[in-house]
Design a protein around this ligand. Structure first.
Ligand SMILES: [Zn+2]
Length: 82
């Protein structure tokens, strides 16, 4: 497997006396609302697993998937009123 240069690496000495390069696992962050910063109702998944999932499972199927449902409703209300 090809590992990108941005992945942190560190050297480890094995019991057999060999020096081996190990790679740190990348941490994925929780999906958050862009407006209020609340956690979205989506599971925290590893970077590897996120790549394999379809797009529909990574974000909600409604307008403004980057906002939480409450912020989306308020946005539409404001749009209608003004
Ligand atoms: Zn929000």
């Amino acid at each position: 497997m090809r590992i990108s240069k941005s992945v942190k690496r560190y050297k480890v000495k094995t019991p057999g006396g060999k020096n081996v390069m190990n790679f740190k696992k990348r941490k994925s962050s929780y999906p958050k609302c862009k407006k209020c910063g609340a956690k979205l109702n989506k599971p925290k998944l590893s970077v590897k697993k996120l790549k394999t999932l379809p797009k529909t499972k990574k974000r909600p199927q409604r307008p403004f998937p980057e906002l939480c449902s409450r912020c989306m409703r308020e946005y539409f209300k404001e749009k209608v009123r003004t």
